[in-house]
Design a protein around this ligand. Sequence first.
Ligand code: NAD
Length: 402
Amino acid sequence: MVENVVGRFSMPLGIGANFLIDGRDYLIPMAVEEPSVVAGASSAALLARAGVGFKTGCTDPIMIAQIQLLDVADASKAKRAILASQEKILACADTSPTISQLGGGPQGMEVRYLPDTEAGPMLIVHLFIDCRDAMGANAANTAAEAAAPLIEQISGGRAGLRILSNLSDRRRAWAEVEIAAKAFDSNDYSGREVIRGIAEANAFAIADPYRATTHNKGIFNGVDAVLLATGNDWRAVEAGAHAWAARGGQYRALTDWHVRGCGDSETLHGRLELPLAVGTVGGATRSHASAQIALKILGLDVDGQEEFSTESGGSAGDAGAESGLQGARRLSQIVAAVGLAQNLAALRALATTGIQKGHMRLHARQVAVAAGARGEAVERIAGQLIAEGSIRLERAKELLRM
Ligand code: NAD
């Protein structure tokens, strides 16, 4: 898959349990090296089941391909000329017969003017490419390269870069959840206290970039784990989502948590929306054996797509447009739900006992393994470290030598 390979780097593959998404049960494959992530997502998903689980949605899978135009004599005139030739340009950018047959391909365009860059003024042409079930980097890049000569000819400019934008803000997914306050009741805290704390934590992350960064990192604990497990390009999604989080000029939380209602009928409402350029075909999704298994677990492998096609009204025989579309869109919705669950798990811990209590047992096991413990010794050493209240590598090594 890559160059200069000297070996493999394995990650644990866990299963996020308890997920009810749009009325359907899911087991979520999560590839992640950090302790507590899978446990956190699973416990938050269990809380969400106390309501109706997660409700999700998404836009069409539209990627943006950028063409940078330099040395344009008259920017307004060139912009008008490009837009007037939209049909011809889009036809020229229609380079993937497979995607077009599935109902995707170039859908539209816009032209932006950057008057004041270090390299002088530039016109930037955006092609909107519906990539169906592909993440679409190759489809978008090929389209941009194919359309560039015609755009040069029409504008009189010189094409520079021709590449997709990872700020895929026309390709978003969202997840929502509503949970009754009483579902958060415990011996130490009332549910109403907890959900108020969660809303206050979110307000902090909306107002403060220092907090927002950590808040969003927690979301990506879940998002990246699913992306990695399914062979998706998590750097692409991260880059896009962080840019989206800063779209108003300040980096903010990607989520929104509010208390609704009053008194005994109070509920916690949460929402996460982010750009999610993911694929169920292409890239590593089909070339990595574990990614194929992960997609199968999600019901998004080729057979699963047919199943979805039947659900959305098509016949099992026409594994065409609908089924294809459903694959990547469905994955993006699942990923959004996992991100929201992960955030809920973190905020719930932060708003109550703090993050460390639950984390420590898992951390102690990792320290024990790092010290050389294997088999039953892992639990024994971890237990001892916790009992002593000192989770240090040196102490774990000492205990192992005893
Ligand atoms: P791809 O080119 O491997 O596969 C997409 C192709 O699959 C389509 O062009 C189409 O021919 C075919 N296909 C079959 N069934 C389809 C369906 N139902 N829907 C859509 N297409 C279908 O993959 P890609 O998604 O274009 O590229 C993803 C890869 O590109 C990732 O590995 C990513 O890391 C890499 N990449 C990313 C960037 C970036 O994010 N900036 C840049 C370059 C490459």
